[in-house]
Design a protein around this ligand. Structure first.
Ligand SMILES: C[S@@+](CC[C@H](N)C(=O)[O-])C[C@H]1O[C@@H](n2cnc3c(N)ncnc32)[C@H](O)[C@@H]1O
Length: 414
């Protein structure tokens, strides 16, 4: 486990913003029941399943840990409860999560002055953690249980903190560090072209992933402004939303990028369509694959003209600009005519438009084409109609949700 100074700020593990206030019964509005609550009317992050092996890519779990570490006890308890339900309450991981939930609740009770309830919850929570030997969900169970015990033994002790064990060399880790971003990309293939190890392409991707990882604070502000709109019942137009995100990458991770590249390679994709180009991180992976497949075109789309200019410069710098055309304007219009049969599509723009964009593209998708949809877990409810559509064979698709990034929908045109 990494050691940090006791007064160092806790690390952040998820990309999701923290709420604007902590819920304290009787002092701050109830988050979900009070119309002024910080999560009133916000979609609860229900996830279909929580694979304990893939905890590093579960934003919901990582957010629960972040909330815990930043003393959002009630909020942490809620977030971890979603994971608990999804993993199965009586499973070993379920009991472990229940222990964490009870410890969060114990802190909440202690802050409210309910010492007896806090001590009881702490005891039952810790006893559940101690049923695990070793590390579970990135937590050293015995060490954390001891920390919690020490914290509740003294009224003045600082609250417990969860330090997740991050295997530095594990390519599955997507914690968003600026270095080693391309760990998911193998260094060499036995033969054949593989542009992701081209030093020029690699250097651009390293730089862009690093810049994207440095945007956590701006991302949190963006998340909060979306939340505020929702609370005030405002529905910003796609253009306003795009203007607000005009400096934000909002990009896929390096691991998703490697996956996108490999899917395009296995399809031999020559014509790929992308909804939501931003500064071109995903476009670089797609263009690299198309070049390695022998050449073709990636048709990108973006509302924000400044982003298009920067994306073009990035593609130029990587030597991949010849494989890309970025169409400016609303993708619902600009992607209607892709100019030939489409082998693959990546949907990563605003979520309520995935379905209309897909419907426009469907007549152009060749049999066996793959459509990838990003951010399935964060926007579980808004993307429900999209998921239902691609899971209905009568619409010409079959689909699964992959535990990749923030949930990646993998759909095949039948
Ligand atoms: C999540 S970001 C895309 C990130 C990019 N795929 C990557 O991985 O680097 C979404 C982008 O979609 C753009 N966008 C949203 N709605 C759009 C629309 N209707 N037409 C074109 N672009 C849109 C936004 O401006 C934003 O830059």
């Amino acid at each position: 486990m990494a050691h940090r100074a006791a007064n160092a700020p806790p690390p952040r593990y998820s990309d999701l913003p923290l709420p604007p206030y902590r819920y304290v019964a009787g002092s701050t509005p109830h988050p979900t029941r009070d119309p002024g609550g910080h999560s009133f009317g916000v979609e609860r992050g229900t996830q279909p399943a929580f694979d304990p092996e893939s905890w590093r890519s579960s934003q919901q779990y990582l957010r629960g840990v972040d909330l815990f570490n930043h003393a959002f006890w009630w909020e942490a308890h809620e977030a971890l409860e979603d994971c608990w339900r999804a993993v199965g309450r009586r499973s070993e991981t379920g009991l472990f999560l229940q222990g964490l939930i009870q410890i969060a609740a114990a802190h909440w009770k202690r802050r409210a002055g309910s010492k007896t309830a806090a001590a009881r919850l702490c005891r039952t929570g810790v006893s559940k953690l101690r049923k695990t030997s070793g590390v579970r969900l990135g937590i050293d169970a015995a060490a954390f249980a001891a920390q919690v015990d020490a914290c509740f033994a003294s009224a003045r002790a600082t609250p417990a903190r969860i330090l997740l064990i991050e295997p530095a060399a594990d390519p599955a880790w997507e914690g968003g560090r600026a270095t080693g971003m391309l760990a998911a990309v193998p260094d060499s293939l036995a033969s054949g072209p593989y542009s992701l190890t081209d030093p020029t392409v690699r250097a651009v991707l390293e730089r862009l992933h690093g810049e994207a990882a440095g945007q956590k604070a701006a991302l949190a502000r963006f998340g909060l402004s979306m939340l505020t709109d929702r609370l005030l019942g405002r529905q910003p137009t796609p253009d306003r939303e795009a203007a607000r995100a005009k400096n934000l990458y909002l990009a896929i991770s390096a691991k998703q990028g490697a996956f996108v590249y490999l899917v395009a390679r296995s399809l031999g994709a020559r014509r790929v369509v992308e909804f939501g180009t931003s500064f071109g991180i995903s476009t670089l992976y797609l263009a690299a694959a198309v070049r390695d497949n022998g050449g073709g075109i990636v048709i990108g789309s973006e509302l924000e003209p400044q982003k298009i200019a920067v994306a073009r410069a990035n593609l130029e710098e990587a030597g991949l600009a010849d494989q890309v055309e970025i169409r400016e304007g609303d993708a619902c219009e600009t992607l209607k005519h892709p100019g030939g049969p489409v082998d693959m599509a990546l949907l990563d723009g605003w979520k309520d438009l995935y379905l209309p964009v897909l419907e426009n593209l469907t007549p152009h998708l060749r049999t066996g084409a793959v459509v990838l949809g990003d951010n399935i877990f964060t926007f579980w409810k808004s993307l429900a109609p999209y998921r239902a559509h691609v899971r209905d064979e009568s619409n010409g698709f079959q689909s699964v949700t992959l535990q990749l990034g923030d949930g990646t929908e993998y759909s095949v045109r039948l």
